[in-house]
Design a binder for this molecule. Structure first.
Ligand code: FAD
Ligand code: UDP
Length: 362
């Protein structure tokens, strides 16, 4: 069988490329070494009938109407705004840091302007925001940095804030009002039937064939194709020619609590300074599912294992650029996605990157 395109990976990057190419008349084979579609966004019922995300909590949010409308062809949505609290010295505080956080932590009663004044009095302005430490110190100062950010970051990345590029901590804003939503994007929704159901729809096209439990390195010599879209780790594609590109891994501990309807008061609770895990997420908040029991996941950061996060820091970016030069010189292969582009992309950004990649291909 000859294909116009072989797409390596059935996550957001691969599925969106497949759909766009197939709809434009191309014959597409999608393979994934895992035994399911959806990549890290895959969801499924656990053995107790609770919808869970095996690879950690995935909350969809985007500011892009175009991306939201594109995905809306394949799913209905459930409105959901994620809220996170940080567990510090036995108390829970809203994170991102807002007015409530500061009043509760310091036993104050500041209004919005006074909260802004307070932050202005504690922040340590930096001329250039190069590292994540620069970002946090210049927005909330040292005490809040040490309580909310330094420990969490060390646990999550195995690195100090000062060793990570600014973009990592810049994901988390600071607020002077009481808005306690984790994201403020215009579109915040969960796929109504779950991510896997949405991926089934995206990939449902007569020009698309999907083969699971299939590794590209095994298949590449036995099939015929014109072009590859590769969405796995870029260093693996080139057999680690310049050495391993660092990725951060996690191990997930999934727990079901039978007879417990609600375990915690928000979707996620972060543990910046105690516990080995970074956070606990209770899925029923995200999915709205009704069930007599509940399922939670604890995330334990790891240096070895499945690559989940690129690690944004200058030396890694430099190594990535060497691989990227190879990628650009490799005819007939397009690299797209979080691991292939070595970018700390959210799901919507991966969809955007895939749409852009296909436009260039067509
Ligand atoms: P992936 O989903 O990683 O898909 C790549 C696929 O390629 C994988 O399925 C892999 O098995 C396959 N593959 C790799 N190599 C080969 C090979 N040689 N042969 C065959 N198949 C191969 N984003 C959000 O927007 N909101 C969130 O709340 C959110 N939470 C997250 C929580 C965690 C713990 C993690 C790790 C990520 C989270 N993300 C979130 C990010 C989101 O998971 C990614 O942006 C998105 O899933 C990346 O899609 P992708 O297609 O680039 O990669
Ligand atoms: N972060 C932190 N404390 C928190 C939340 C986030 O220090 O309570 C920092 C930490 O470095 C983390 C980064 O901000 O890795 C990005 O957080 P986000 O919740 O976006 O991470 P993700 O959901 O991608 O794991």
């Amino acid at each position: 069988m000859k294909y116009d395109f072989v797409i390596v990976g059935a996550g957001f990057a691969g599925a969106v490329c497949a759909e766009r190419l197939a709809t434009n008349g191309q014959r597409v084979l999608v393979i994934d070494k895992r035994n399911h579609i959806g990549g890290n966004a895959f969801d499924c019922m656990d053995e107790h009938g609770v919808l869970i995300h095996p690879y950690g909590p995935h909350i969809f949010h985007t500011g892009s109407k175009r991306i939201f409308e594109y995905l809306s062809r394949f799913t209905d949505w459930r409105f959901y705004e994620h809220r996170v609290q940080a567990h510090i010295d036995g108390n829970l505080y809203p994170i991102p840091i807002n007015r409530t956080t500061i009043n509760k932590l310091y036993h104050l009663d500041l209004n919005e302007q006074e909260t802004a004044d307070y932050l202005a009095s504690v922040r340590e302005p930096r001329e250039r925001l190069t590292s994540s430490e620069d970002v946090v110190l210049s927005s909330v100062g040292r005490d809040l940095c040490n309580r909310f950010f330094r420990g969490y970051t060390l646990k999550q990345w195995g690195l100090d804030l000062s060793e990570l590029s600014a973009g990592v901590a810049a994901r988390i804003p600071t607020r002077t009002n009481d808005d306690d939503r984790y994201f403020t994007d215009a579109f915040q929704f969960m796929p109504a039937q779950g991510y896997t159901a949405m991926f089934e729809k995206i990939l449902e096209h007569p020009n698309i064939e999907v083969r699971l439990s299939t590794d590209f390195h095994v298949l590449r010599s036995i099939i015929e194709y014109d072009h590859v879209v590769y969405t796995g780790p870029i260093d693996a594609y080139f057999d680690y020619r310049f050495g391993k590109l660092p990725y951060r891994s996690l191990s997930f501990q999934h727990i079901h609590l039978s007879g417990v309807e609600r375990f915690q008061s928000s979707g996620t609770v972060n543990y910046p300074n105690d516990q080995e895990y970074t956070r606990i997420t209770e899925f029923k908040h995200l999915t709205g599912q009704q069930h007599a029991g509940t399922s939670i996941v604890k995330e334990y950061p790891r240096s070895e294992g499945e690559p989940y996060y690129p690690i944004p820091r200058p030396e890694n970016e430099a190594l990535f650029q060497r691989y990227n030069e190879l990628a650009e010189a490799t005819a007939n292969v397009t690299f797209v996605g979080r691991l292939a582009q070595y970018r700390y992309y959210n799901m919507d950004q991966v969809v955007g990157a895939a749409l852009k990649a296909v436009e260039a291909l067509l």
